[in-house]
Design a protein around this ligand. Structure first.
Ligand code: K2U
Ligand code: NI
Length: 187
């Protein structure tokens, strides 16, 4: 089971590398990694288990964050944090490619955090509000999905990890809370 001690922190070069394409069929190690990363998200979103294992809640986890420089990330965006209903998006996205993205941007009002960055970094992280994402699942089946708002933000945050980018790279250093007229903001 992945614990916080297994999460690589900012400063480790694996977080700044271009991750390698994943080959199919998945090796036993890659299958286990995919399962373990999704398990981390599920456990971290259960308040009792999250406290029991001293985790930080997460809606996404990328392989480089556990020291594996491969293009794989688990994403679990719950319907709501009461755990009611099916998740908005749940899958392990492998070799993801953003095929298209909206010019319109979207940001989380309170900014972003990262399991690999212990410090708070204030500022808006403006991302595309809508994306068309192509990826393979653990079986190697190809999916092309259109995502918007929060699920789109989470997937862009995770895909950034696969290219060595961290959320605070997107903060406008001159004016961290800069915005333009048609920017969307979500709570
Ligand atoms: O470090 C990670 O990649 C996991 C992040 C992903 C993320 C952060 C901000 C915005 C979108 C995605 C963690 O999920 S940060 C903790 C968190 C937990 C619940 C809801 C939002 C952020
Ligand atoms: Ni992150």
């Amino acid at each position: 089971m992945i614990l916080m001690k297994d999460i690589v922190r900012d400063g480790n070069k694996v977080l700044r590398q271009q991750a390698k394409q994943v080959k199919f069929p998945l090796s036993a190690e890659d299958k286990k990694l995919a399962e373990d990363m999704m398990e981390y998200l599920e456990v971290s979103q259960d308040p009792e288990l999250c406290a029991k294992y001293k985790l930080r809640a997460g809606v996404g986890l990328a392989a480089p964050q556990v020291g594996v420089s491969e293009m794989m990330a688990a994403v679990l965006v719950p319907n709501d944090f009461e755990g009611e209903g099916e998740p908005i998006f749940k899958d392990v996205i492998i070799n993801p490619v953003i095929l298209s993205s909206s010019v319109q941007r979207c940001a989380i009002t309170e900014g972003e955090g990262c399991l690999s960055v212990d410090e708070d970094v204030p500022g808006f992280i403006h991302r595309s509000a809508r994306i068309t994402l192509k990826y393979q699942d653990v079986e190697g089946t190809e999916h092309t999905v259109r995502l918007k708002n929060y699920p789109a933000i989470v997937c862009q945050h995770e895909i950034d990890h696969l290219h060595g980018t961290l959320f605070y790279d997107h903060v406008d250093k001159e004016n961290p809370f800069s915005k333009v007229d048609n920017d969307l903001f979500i709570e």
